[in-house]
Design a protein. Structure first.
Length: 433
């Protein structure tokens, strides 16, 4: 009996290690999926002017395509959760990646601009309706209860690392092509091919290696959420902190969105060439793992609310700095402010969902809560491209960027105020209970 007891634990430990390695490998595949699908959609971050030239379109026309993408995102947040409960992530995720990849190949052929809305609509379905909730749910089921925070923190920071690696490779290709006097289309095409083929390869890997969802866990989750839509909404309406959290995400997400304009700001406002501006924005992408993962660790050590509010204030200060810097300032000074705003925006993005745990949302309506908060919080996907375009049209050149950055800086201040009020309301509720 003693011998049996002495031998059994190592076997159990070995089995547990094997299961953990399998989970970590599948988690790595999810990181790859999240890290490659969204950069395909937001190539404008580093190559906006090149895309405009390659497709012979105006900035307004490109903004309209991104507004359509944002509308589809917002509309699909609720249904995506329902779909993720009905269909295995092993089907949804590969479908999403394949759809985005094939549309990317079409995009790389530089079709007539009348087809761009169709491509962006397809991307919205692939990266929103069939991908977002399936990804989040897969990570939740892979992580043990005590690993939830770590897994989601690594998800945001890790996908940022993948995006930075891919962006660095893309910039190298772009620099080589432009050095050899390639046209805008010739310079962009291999970059789009790289992301598109990457999506297709990861799609196949996930279909092969990702387990079907754990029916037992899904059933146990489902037993907690069997409640009508109207009844669920009534429950959520009685949780004021949840709606305050939605406001915080709404303001904080705009701090992240503003970073998409940095490439154009550096080129149009400060006269940089495409490679120099792209280099700075790619360096900024490398701050995402630092801001996301580092912010998460700081939040755990000190206070999620305190670190979140501080990051919002620092991001707002960085934007004010970009507004007041002279046009012909040293490049390294610009780099410092761009990296400050970028790093803080990634910290904000990595922390604002951590507030959900403080809202005391009943488990049976947690999915509905995430969907509603996402619909409100990510509304900037719909209107912010239009605001950006309108301001730059009304105030050409540097003046337009200053007004735009001033508005986003105000959002950062309001968001920080919202975080402080959120923390105060939580303390007040605890004191009264």
């Amino acid at each position: 009996m003693i011998d049996t007891l002495a031998v059994a634990p190592p076997a159990s430990v070995a089995s547990q290690k094997k299961q953990d390695l399998k989970r970590y490998f599948q988690f790595a595949l999810l990181l790859l999926a999240a890290g490659i699908i969204y950069p395909m959609l937001y190539l404008r971050q580093n190559y906006e002017l090149t895309i405009l030239d390659a497709f012979r379109i105006s900035k307004d026309e490109l903004e309209n395509s991104y507004a359509l993408l944002g509308i589809i995102y917002v509309i699909s947040y609720g249904p995506s959760g329902w779909l993720a409960d009905k269909i295995s992530a092993r089907i949804l995720l590969p479908f999403s990646l394949a759809l985005v990849g094939f549309l990317g190949l079409w995009f790389a052929s530089f079709p007539d601009k009348q087809f761009l809305p169709l491509i962006f609509a397809g991307w919205g379905i692939g990266a929103g309706l069939t991908f977002w909730a399936a990804l989040i749910k897969s990570v939740k089921l892979l992580a043990k209860r005590e690993e939830q925070g770590r897994f989601f923190g690594i998800l945001d920071g890790g996908r940022g690392l993948i995006e930075a690696l891919l962006a660095t490779a893309a910039l190298s290709i772009f620099a080589y092509m432009t050095h050899n006097a390639a046209s805008s289309q010739q310079a962009m095409q291999p970059i789009v091919y790289m992301y598109s083929i990457g999506c297709l390869l990861v799609s196949m890997m996930i279909f092969i290696f990702l387990d079907k969802r754990d029916d037992a866990e899904t059933s146990s989750l489902g037993s907690e959420v069997k409640i009508g839509l109207i009844a669920g909404l009534r429950i959520l309406l009685r949780i004021p902190q949840l709606w305050l959290m939605a406001f915080i995400i709404f303001t904080g997400y705009q701090l992240f969105w503003v970073t998409y304009s940095f490439s154009s700001f550096l080129r149009q406002g400060h006269g940089m060439d495409a490679v120099a501006a792209g280099t700075i924005t790619v360096i900024k992408l490398w701050m995402r793992p630092i801001g996301g993962i580092g912010g998460g660790f700081l939040g755990n050590k000190y206070s999620n609310e305190g670190v979140l509010a501080g990051a919002m204030l620092l991001a707002a200060a960085g934007l004010v700095g970009l507004m007041i810097l002279p046009q012909y300032i040293n490049t390294y000074v610009l780099l410092v402010f761009v990296l400050l705003v970028g790093t803080m925006s990634y910290t904000v993005r990595g922390l604002y969902w951590a507030l959900l745990d403080k809202c005391q949302v009943p488990a049976r309506v947690i999915g509905l809560a995430i969907g509603l908060v996402s619909m409100i919080g990510y509304l900037p996907d719909v209107f912010l491209p239009e605001i950006n375009s309108a301001l730059l049209g009304m105030y050409p050149g540097m003046a337009g960027f200053k007004v735009y950055y001033g508005y986003i800086a105000l959002c950062g201040l309001l968001g920080a105020a919202g975080v402080f009020y959120f923390k105060k309301s939580i303390k007040k509720e605890k004191a009264s209970s």
